[in-house]
Design a protein around this ligand. Structure first.
Ligand code: HEC
Length: 256
């Protein structure tokens, strides 16, 4: 079902999203066997994203079971609303009209986000593309999502990156002028963090990776099962083919 919805959404938004990406995406290879990474991603999500973005097609219980988190621990550490039960959907109580007034845009539900974008690379790049832009109402912008309405919510972890021109830097190591706004083309920009948050760049990369890994899992919780089953089915068909073939030969051996 979820795959079907994702498929329809991908179809609907394909043209829009294809035009959106102005910079090359950073590659991110998800690892659904890495339960520790998924657990860390879930923790970051519940703490930093859920306030605005629901995961309305996913339940806490399923998440806890799949990620190997005991239900009590899940309820104690990852659920902040006392009315929420383990079987509840991962929703928040943000009123859409307030969101629109505060940020100029409604934070979308992120259950299917990585499928919608067709690749987890997009989210990973997005999380690493916030930069200081005093011209914006919240003081930040995003290389991948121009004039984004979302604040840089991981600011205290990453710090505030500043946009510098790669071409200018390479030509003359001393200049760090900001790029002109009309040169947003592939690979021209790089982000530098002078005003660092509580984490080193490597630690922040890990946070972005874990969060993306978690949302990749959420987009299709049955992915691993499906792939396992798929392999089994193919093996079975190959095995069954031998007998069908032999039986067919047996039946037709009298026809010449
Ligand atoms: C304070 C509210 C808030 C929080 C917290 C927040 N976001 Fe957002 N987010 C928004 C808003 C508002 C938008 C819509 C921006 C727009 O359309 O301009 C958005 C957009 C996004 C988008 C882009 C959606 C698109 O249309 O492509 C992604 C991805 C995203 N958020 C991920 C996250 C993640 C991951 C976290 C947690 C680390 C997070 N957000 C935390 C408010 C928030």
């Amino acid at each position: 079902m979820r795959v079907l919805i994702a498929f329809l959404l991908v179809g609907m938004f394909h043209t829009v999203t294809a035009a959106e990406s102005t910079i090359p995406l950073l590659p991110m290879t998800p690892d659904l066997d890495d339960k520790a990474s998924l657990q860390r991603g879930a923790k970051t999500y519940m703490n930093y994203c859920l306030g605005c973005h629901s995961l309305q097609y996913q339940r806490y219980e399923r998440t806890a079971n799949d990620l190997g988190i005991p239900h009590e621990l899940m309820l104690e550490h990852l659920v902040f609303d006392p009315d929420t039960r383990i079987g509840s959907l991962i929703e928040n109580s943000m009123a859409l009209s307030s969101a629109k007034a505060w940020f100029g845009a409604v934070p979308p539900d992120l259950t299917l986000y990585t499928s919608l974008k067709g690749t987890p690379d997009y989210l990973y790049t997005y999380l690493k593309s916030f930069y200081a832009d005093p011209a914006r109402p919240l003081g930040v912008n995003n290389l991948l999502f121009e004039n984004v309405g979302m604040p840089h919510v991981l600011l205290d972890l990453q710090g505030l990156p500043r946009k510098v021109c790669r071409t200018k830097l390479e030509a003359d190591g001393s200049t760090q002028e900001p790029c002109d706004t009309d040169v947003i083309v592939d690979g021209r920009y790089m982000l530098e963090v002078d005003d660092r948050g509580s984490m080193s760049p490597e630690e922040y990369d890990q946070v972005a990776y874990d969060l993306t890994n978690f949302l990749y899992y959420v987009a299709e919780p049955t992915r691993q099962e499906r792939e396992r089953l798929g392999t089994f089915v193919l093996f079975f068909l190959a095995f069954f083919f031998v007998f069908t073939y032999l039986l067919g030969r047996e039946y037709t051996k009298e026809f010449h």
